[in-house]
Design a protein around this ligand. Structure first.
Ligand code: PLP
Length: 408
């Protein structure tokens, strides 16, 4: 018995899902973009403002202590949720983008030399490409694309073959936001480790869908973003091995990240605080803690099982649509589907679908190299979550048929 068995009750916890859009029930299939928030998260955020509002780690008064303990409790919760080795390995950031930049500028850039290589797959989000390009341009290093196949899977052999003595880091997306592919990250992490190469896994699209155990994966860096994990925007984390965090210089300077400041020299706080200068998004992280509590109460295994059923139903339904070409047909996949439809532009489809109450994303999904590989400028992407239903899949397919007729 899982709480997901009563899907109507679960959906009632997400107030946004009962909205009407252009007079039609909302079908929210844009979860890879950002997820909706359960009442528990909304209440935790507003509870902070209504009852505990104060700055963290600075005040000894009651509100300050309450705010600090709620904020730090969120770190404990996230550490447990992702299987971090310790809470000190969880650095709070504004999201995946900031986490990758932190690793790029603080971990890699100080030692990067001309001729060095950073290996990232061709299916990365721009957040796991552009920061590496920026530091490569400054140092004479090179970003090397790891190959993918026509099905949108990582070419594992081809990727491992590109690991060499010049490779300073391997970056890989755990679940592709553009293709839905679930990558064999453990294999790539192990291959990199065997060659003494640090690895970074972009878990933005993985943690909302199945249980991730960062310690078991044994990657050097794991990054995630809160808003796709049913938490507020402007929250995220870098989970990194302690030895790296100890050795890395601060990324940004300011208050809270120091032990002592003088004009003769400044000493820094211990990780993770060394990387968290200034006043953070306190309410947002308290919301992230609430999101993680909520997900654990529902159960990540139950979530994964329900999403696997939705994925299979959606896959079969899309297979029935004439002229629809799936972009990415990996065997191991999440319930994320990118597609193009003959004779219809992706943006036109998405706009007309919105008039039917269906929210999908159209565009390049911040994955230009992936789109280039498949020879398409843009796709429509329907990305599902556990709160979606088979009825919504049917409504989506009917809406798709209707808007196609309008575009014909
Ligand atoms: N990586 C992946 C796989 C994503 O899907 C996204 C968001 O779309 C990001 C990175 C960037 O996340 P954020 O914009 O929250 O930093």
């Amino acid at each position: 018995m899982s709480r997901l068995d009563d899907i109507a009750a679960i959906r009632a916890e997400f107030p946004q899902l009962s909205r009407l859009i252009h007079g039609k029930p909302l079908v929210y299939f844009d979860n890879a973009n950002t997820a909706q928030k359960p009442r528990a998260v909304i209440d935790a955020v507003s509870g902070y403002f209504t009852e505990h509002n104060a700055n963290v780690a600075r005040a000894v008064h009651t509100l300050g202590e309450e705010a600090t303990s709620l904020y730090e409790a969120a770190r404990d919760k996230l550490a447990r949720f992702v299987g971090a080795r310790s809470r000190e390995e969880v650095v709070f950031t504004r999201g995946t983008t900031e986490s990758v930049n932190l690793v790029a500028y603080s971990f890699l850039r100080p030692t990067l030399k001309p001729g060095d290589e950073i290996l990232v797959s061709r299916m990365e989000h721009h957040a796991n490409i552009v920061p590496w390009q920026l530091i490569a341009a400054e140092t004479g290093a090179r970003v090397v694309p790891a190959p993918i196949t026509d099905t949108g899977e990582l070419d594992v052999e081809g990727t491992v073959a590109l690991m060499n003595e010049r490779t300073q880091l391997v970056g890989l997306v755990h679940v592709s936001n553009a293709l839905g592919t679930i990558n064999p990250v453990a294999t790539i992490i192990a291959a990199a480790k065997a060659r003494g190469i640090p690895s970074l896994i972009d878990g933005s699209q993985a943690v909302p869908h199945f249980k991730v155990d960062v310690a078991a994966l044994d990657c050097d860096f794991y990054v995630l973003t809160g808003h796709k994990l049913f938490a507020p925007t402007g929250t995220g984390a870098l989970i990194a091995k302690r030895e790296h965090l100890d050795a890395m210089p601060p990324f940004m300077g300011g208050g809270e990240m120091i032990r002592r400041v003088s004009f003769e020299g400044t000493t820094f706080n211990d990780p993770p605080h060394k990387f968290e200068p200034g006043t953070p998004n306190i309410a947002g992280f308290i919301g992230l803690g609430a999101a993680v509590d909520w997900l654990e109460a529902v159960g990540m295994d139950a979530i994964a099982a329900r999403e696997a059923r939705l994925r299979d139903t959606m896959r079969a339904a899309l297979g029935e649509v004439d002229g629809l070409r799936l972009i990415g047909t990996a065997r191991e996949r999440a319930a994320v589907f990118s597609f193009v439809v003959e004779g219809a532009h992706a943006h036109d489809l998405a706009t007309l679908l919105d008039h039917e109450g269906v929210a999908v994303r159209s565009g390049h999904h911040c994955t230009h190299p992936t789109m280039q590989f498949f020879g398409v400028p843009a796709t429509v992407r329907a990305s599902l979550s556990f709160y979606n239903t088979e009825d919504e899949i049917a409504a989506f397919v009917a809406a798709l048929a209707k808007v196609r007729r309008m575009l014909a």
